[in-house]
Design a protein around this ligand. Structure first.
Ligand code: KG4
Ligand code: ZN
Length: 339
């Protein structure tokens, strides 16, 4: 039997200082997340400079905890991996430098991981999903429809031309006074509202177009709120939240299902922070079933940023012998599929 491969993964691309230890790309031995959300909340979004400082404060402790929980010493891991892009450059540099230093000090291989690759690989954790499949990656910074041909081999079928889906959730939540991060707040508010109450516009709905544009619906919500205010009419924020969420989810699901049919694959998956949305999961299950597609999604804790997904993605590089040099730098605008 082949030897088990244990990888320590570090993630610091945005506002979570995270580290996880994963065996063979699937079995999570630990997943420690220090979220800075409370620090950034009062600013209504992530402040990059503050995020960098908080990562520096937390990184040693978070990595130590991840190893402790996994009951392993650094000597016992086979490789160290860290996100090197895309993301905020200061935050990225903290985790990347820390990961490289650990690997160098212990003479272990180092693997730089593309953050989006990590989100997709979260789908392999604890499950039995294997390529090929089509994956929707929807987070605060990204909305992509990706054809996953093989492990780490991607073709981007479509992407957002303006706001990411999570970004739209965050901006609309802020306008509704629901706070940051907006996704979970909108999902909660939507449960109390009528999702058919307001029809907001959808973009690029013609068949075969897998790109997204979410700035239109965001502006439509803001205009609606202003109009109601001008007319002196009350706004039912629950109806707005539910109608907005339905709009975004319908667009995401339609395009994902269509993309899978276009590629003639039988499996679809979702990844990224927005993939933890319960209504999205439910609607995808319903629509995918109509076309005989199997649906996969990570546990919620592996949808938002975490270290385990980085270790999971690194595993497939490890088995191919693809390691990174100590000169690897942070790349804030790293594209999916780029190494
Ligand atoms: O993947 P992630 O943790 O960080 C990025 O890589 O951006 O995603 C965070 C994004 C935020 O925009 C947040 O509002 C959104 O994911 N999000 C959600 C939900 N939970 C997080 N959006 C919709 N519904 C949710 N339940
Ligand atoms: Zn992310």
């Amino acid at each position: 039997m082949a030897k088990d491969i244990v990888i320590l993964g570090i993630e610091t691309s945005c506002d979570e200082t995270a580290a996880g230890v994963v065996k063979n790309g699937k079995e999570v031995l630990s997943n420690v997340i220090y979220s800075q959300i409370n620090v950034h909340k009062k600013y209504g979004g992530v402040v990059p400079e503050i995020a960098s400082r908080k990562h520096i404060e937390a990184i040693s402790f978070v990595v130590e905890e991840a190893l402790n929980e996994a009951k392993l010493s650094l000597n016992e891991v086979d490789a160290v991996a860290a996100t090197y892009g895309p993301g905020l450059v200061g935050p990225l540099l903290v985790g990347l430098s820390y990961g490289k230093a650990l690997a160098y000090a212990k003479g272990k291989p180092f693997i730089g991981v593309n953050h989006i690759d990590g989100h997709i690989a979260a789908n392999y954790i604890g499950g039995n999903l294997t390529p090929p499949f089509v994956c929707l990656v929807a987070s605060g910074g990204h909305s992509h429809i990706v054809y996953v041909k093989d492990y780490g081999e991607y073709k981007v079928m479509g992407k957002t031309l303006d706001d990411a889906a999570g970004e739209a959730f965050d901006k609309v939540a802020r306008a509704l006074g629901l706070g940051y991060p907006g996704g979970p707040a909108i999902e909660k508010a939507a449960k109390l509202g009528n999702m058919e109450a307001i029809e907001f516009p959808k973009s690029f709905m013609e068949e075969g177009n897998f790109d997204f544009s979410f700035s239109g619906v965001k502006t439509a919500v803001l205009n609606y709120l202003n109009r109601q205010k001008q007319k002196g009419e009350e706004v039912n924020i629950y109806d707005v939240a539910a109608s907005f969420q339905r709009n975004i989810v319908e667009v995401l699901v339609k395009k994902l299902v269509e993309a899978a049919r276009f590629k003639n694959v039988s499996k679809v998956s979702i990844a990224g922070g927005v993939a933890s949305n319960g209504f999205l999961r439910q609607k995808l299950e319903e629509d995918a079933k109509k076309f005989g597609l199997s649906v996969y999604y990570p546990e919620k804790i592996y949808c938002t940023d975490n270290g385990a997904m980085i270790a999971a993605a690194a595993y497939y590089d490890f088995v191919k012998g693809k390691f990174s040099g100590m000169d690897l730098n942070a790349i804030p605008y790293l594209k999916i599929g780029e190494k």
